[in-house]
Design a protein around this ligand. Structure first.
Ligand SMILES: Cc1ncc(COP(=O)(O)O)c(C=O)c1O
Length: 428
């Protein structure tokens, strides 16, 4: 306990000494201190330590006027990231072509190295881009396929990805086989079985969402990928909702391609994303925006975007530092704790239905909650009108309710307010 206090005091002292807002200085703290702190308490212990997380909250500039429980859509950046982006923007405007191309762009390779290290892969396999849609569409649209080739998809995959595959179906005659299953389901065995059911001798790709955006369910992607690989089928993984949220390295998932947003759980600037392609597969994927060597095995061919916001890309580095300072294990444990905190209580409210399994093996911070006899739009509207709680209405396939997504800056008081809101709605 004494060491924890010492640590927090040191952080406060550091931020005060530099006249920075409280906790902004965490990005500069020696990682050795963090690791020492880490070794004194487990991630699970820190997950419930409100002193610690209130310091994290102060690193953000979120509005106290509303309770933002739709961090799944997009997340805010801590001040240290916003400031970096502003600084880089100001610098770029001192002479755009000089400062962007010659100065800021020098940060591209170091950033690639850091992202790769964080993701547990080679920098030669990482491309930096604008969002998960761009990353995944690069693979979906750039992969050579011919009429009659088959793809396995699920109606619970993300709409943009479904659109991209359906466009290929429309234009080129590939065939999509949909997994025949509805959410929620707790059984990983059943999920694997349902995917395998759709794999045929003509299947070329299985497209998987690691953490389902509709209800926050974690998919057994590794097991499905193993089944696919046994049959010579490639695997694309949509990690938009799991990256920097769950604790893993990309190779742990067993895929061949992986795309993610960085403006969700990493809290990087809005409009940032990342693509990973296994080295030996890079040459066969044609870039969305071609360069002079579209069949090369240089991952940088996927970054031929033309003039782009370097200030956004470069401030990803500060978001990574912030993530490392919190620590992946602690972040995952905290996010899961926040979900459990409200979800377990919500289950006790009459008419409230939780459409997300609670254990960490099956879900992280996101959860979908419904109220018997009430539509998604009404729940969302009432929660905002009466309680100023911002959630995301999700009416998709068999799900009808709202998605609740806290983040590292969410307080327990805010979740208590959500429970008040759900209790109120259950009585209408
Ligand atoms: C599962 C999933 N994949 C992809 C995306 C697309 O992300 P982006 O808006 O960064 O392109 C989202 C966005 O919410 C998502 O939830």
């Amino acid at each position: 306990m004494a060491s924890r206090r010492t640590f927090i005091n040191r952080m406060v002292a550091l931020s005060t000494a530099t006249s920075l807002p409280l906790f902004k200085g965490i990005a500069a703290i020696d990682l050795a201190q963090i690791h020492q702190y880490n070794s004194l308490q487990t991630a699970q212990q820190i997950a419930t330590d409100e002193d610690f997380w209130s310091q994290i909250q102060q690193a953000y500039t979120v509005s106290p006027q509303i309770i933002n429980l739709n961090n799944g859509g997009v997340s805010p950046s801590p001040l240290v990231v916003q400031n970096a982006q502003d600084r880089y923007n100001k610098l770029a405007n001192e002479g755009p072509s000089y400062f962007m191309w010659r100065i800021l762009d020098q940060g591209r390779e170091p950033l690639r190295d850091k992202l790769a290290q964080f993701a547990g892969v080679s920098p030669e396999e990482i491309a930096i881009n604008r969002n998960a849609t761009e990353a995944l569409d690069t693979v979906i649209l750039g992969m050579p396929l011919t009429r009659g080739d088959e793809i396995v998809l699920w109606r619970y995959d993300y709409p943009n990805m479904l659109h991209a595959w359906r466009q290929r179906e429309m234009r080129e005659g590939i065939k999509i086989n949909y997994v025949n299953l509805d959410l929620p389901t707790e059984s990983h065995d059943l999920i694997v079985e349902k995917y395998v059911e759709q794999m045929t001798a003509r299947t070329k790709v299985v497209h998987l969402t690691h953490l389902i955006n509709w209800n926050g369910q974690i998919m057994p992607v590794k097991r499905i990928a193993e089944e696919a690989h046994k049959r010579g089928i490639e695997v694309i993984i949509d990690g938009a909702h799991s990256f920097a949220h769950l604790q893993y390295k990309i190779p742990d998932l067993g895929g061949d391609y992986f795309g993610t947003s960085l403006h969700k759980w990493l809290s990087a600037p809005i409009g940032s994303g990342m693509l990973w392609v296994k080295k030996e597969k890079i040459n066969k994927i044609y870039p969305l925006i071609p360069n002079d060597k579209p069949t090369s095995d240089n991952i940088r061919k996927f970054e031929n975007l033309g003039t782009r916001p370097f200030m956004i890309e470069q401030a990803i580095g500060q978001a990574l530092q912030f993530q490392l300072a919190i620590g992946n294990a602690r972040k995952e444990a905290r996010l899961h704790f926040l979900k459990e905190y409200w979800a377990k209580e919500a289950l006790k409210i009459k008419k409230v239905k939780l459409n997300t399994p609670i254990p960490l093996s099956h879900s992280g911070a996101l959860a979908h909650v419904g109220i018997e006899g009430m539509e998604a739009g009404k729940i969302e509207g009432e929660l905002f009108a009466k309680f100023k709680i911002h959630t995301s209405p999700v009416k998709w396939e068999k799900l009808d309710g709202v998605r609740v997504t806290p983040h590292v800056y969410t307080s327990l008081q805010e979740l208590d307010r959500l429970l008040e809101g759900l209790t109120y709605l259950s009585k209408l």
